[in-house]
Write a protein that binds this ligand. Structure first.
Ligand code: ATP
Ligand code: MG
Length: 183
């Protein structure tokens, strides 16, 4: 599975619709301090089902909605959409019938988050599972926050183990086992 496109609308500083094409290979995002580079990474984490506001550097999840600026009023919702190339058919059953998967998450003030996958309503858990099985997701060690490298150096063995499990490609299995235990 390959991410091909990230679209933002009203997410943090990205008040105007923004379309980021992710080509194969390396994509670099450069810009001055405060231009929104970290917000982009947070949008990626968020659309994959992140539900801890602290991971978004906020106090509550609605803090991801554009909060307004001197010349622009605040927005009422934020939406992020992630397109994934699934021509290799690596997505789990239930998601695996199309070449392209588009996951959309929208949060509306006082109404919480809703997810769609190829225009079909899905649960947060379905989206988290989709990405966990592909060895990615909002908790993936492949997403490295600012300052996280120094945290990793000082990490306890248990958190280091998670990085190794991710590298071994078995982290999706944990989530599947957790799912099975809940049923
Ligand atoms: P640095 O190079 O310092 O790491 P950066 O490019 O990573 O900077 P970000 O941290 O992504 O920048 O962006 C911070 C900007 O996003 C700040 O100007 C902040 O005001 C703005 N911002 C964050 N949340 C919101 C929000 N809900 N509404 C409007 N603006 C927001
Ligand atoms: Mg940053």
């Amino acid at each position: 599975m390959q991410f091909t496109r990230l679209r933002l609308n009203g997410f943090k500083s990205f008040v105007d619709p923004t379309d980021l094409v992710i080509a194969r290979g390396l994509t670099g995002v450069v810009g001055p301090n405060g231009c929104g580079k970290s917000n982009l990474l947070e949008a990626l984490r968020w659309v994959m089902g992140e539900n801890r506001p602290t991971a978004m550097r906020g106090a509550g999840m609605e803090d991801v909605i554009f909060a307004g600026a001197a010349t622009r009023p605040a927005r009422n919702y934020a939406e992020v959409s992630l397109s994934v190339d699934n021509t290799d058919r690596l997505a789990p059953a239930g998601f695996n019938d199309t070449d392209m998967i588009e996951v959309v998450r929208r949060i509306t003030r006082d109404a919480g988050s809703a997810y769609k996958c190829n225009t079909r309503d899905v649960r947060a858990r379905d989206v988290q599972m989709l990405f966990a099985d592909a060895s990615t997701g909002s908790h993936s060690p492949a997403l490295v926050r600012q300052g996280q490298i120094s945290e990793l150096i000082n990490a306890k063995p248990k958190s280091r183990r998670r990085v190794l499990e991710e590298a071994a490609g078995i982290s999706g299995l944990y989530q599947r086992r957790h799912e099975a235990e809940l049923k």
